[in-house]
Ligand binder design. Sequence first.
Ligand SMILES: Nc1nc2c(ncn2[C@@H]2O[C@H](COP(=O)(O)OP(=O)(O)OP(=O)(O)O)[C@@H](O)[C@H]2O)c(=O)[nH]1
Ligand SMILES: [Mg+2]
Ligand SMILES: [Zn+2]
Length: 363
Amino acid sequence: MHSDLKSFGFSFFQEQHRLENQIEMEKIARVISDSHEIYLLQTNSSVCRGTMTGKMRFNAENRRDLPAVGDWVVISKPDAHSAVIEEVFPRRTSLCRSAVLAKSTSTQADVQIIAANVDLVFVVIAVDRDFSINRIDRYLALILESGALPAVLLNKCDLTDEDTWKSQQNLLYKRHPGVEVIATSLVSGLGLDLLKSAVLPAQTCCFVGSSGVGKSSLINYFAGEELITTSEISEANLRGRHTTTSRHLHLLPSGMLLLDTPGMREIAMSDASSGVGEAFAFIEEIALKCRFTDCRHVDEPGCAVIEAIEQGELDYETLNSYKKLLRESARFEKKINEKRRTDRAFGKMAREVLKVKKQLKGC
Ligand SMILES: Nc1nc2c(ncn2[C@@H]2O[C@H](COP(=O)(O)OP(=O)(O)OP(=O)(O)O)[C@@H](O)[C@H]2O)c(=O)[nH]1
Ligand SMILES: [Mg+2]
Ligand SMILES: [Zn+2]
């Protein structure tokens, strides 16, 4: 199997940064897996374990500043088997979700990077038990915000009749006309050739979705072997235990670069208002014709969106999902801004304490 960085997706974007900053090729690696801040790194010639420098950890204002799977990083190698991450290359795309826990206070707002520098993200849905249009809206908004291209895989089509998955597919085409929706089944083979043709070599593709929908099984299928452990949906996964527990980027012999992620129970919005706008571009286009530029599309006179609903060109459900996601993004943005202010105030205080300590030492 090739293991040079180009097959791992090193492209013009990274090369430009490398040249501008005069980074030697030997010092570059891609993060192919992370588990509690222990990273697996693919270098030009081998795979090694890596950690980040203390300075990087200390300077990180939030989790966005830490390395994530898919990142290109600058490393130093104290020995042949380990590496230290010194710097992260600018990300071309970064798929994030809110890491705000339901019960957390506003100061705990943070983002979690699901994957960096991904080109194409497949939202995997199991048609028999997992289809929720509002959850798909949410995924699409976050993917579009990330800069990657989204697609939906309606998997396990063998478990429902054709009418069921076709109506899910049509609903998605109507709601998100620009998004590819591929119906697949690993049992009947449906859609697998189409899926294969959607994945280009050296393009990084990521699979996201709930636990048990078949993300790892799809990657195994393309690998042609049991690369990753998968499991029957058991009591354990129904209670929320996932078969895949860490993110891992796999380079398959065919040249496919596929990133497996653990199932997500909750996909909370981060600051993604432009992604929401992109996912619902048709609503934003109609809204351009509203009389007031700050129209909330509730009961304002001259609201083109309400008019579109009355004319049957748009349904309430879709408008509600759009408004809900925008509200959630705005709430998150507010929280993260508050967090930044608190962190800055804390940083200022810490610096002042250090200054006083130094002065005292000098006495
Ligand atoms: N009937 C049917 N079963 C499938 C299909 N795809 C996957 N499965 C089964 O679904 C179960 C769960 O698959 P996994 O690949 O482990 O699911 P996952 O999405 O990786 O789950 P997590 O790792 O927990 O996030 C396994 O028993 C698979 O064999 C399909 O198209 N049809
Ligand atoms: Mg899995
Ligand atoms: Zn309006």
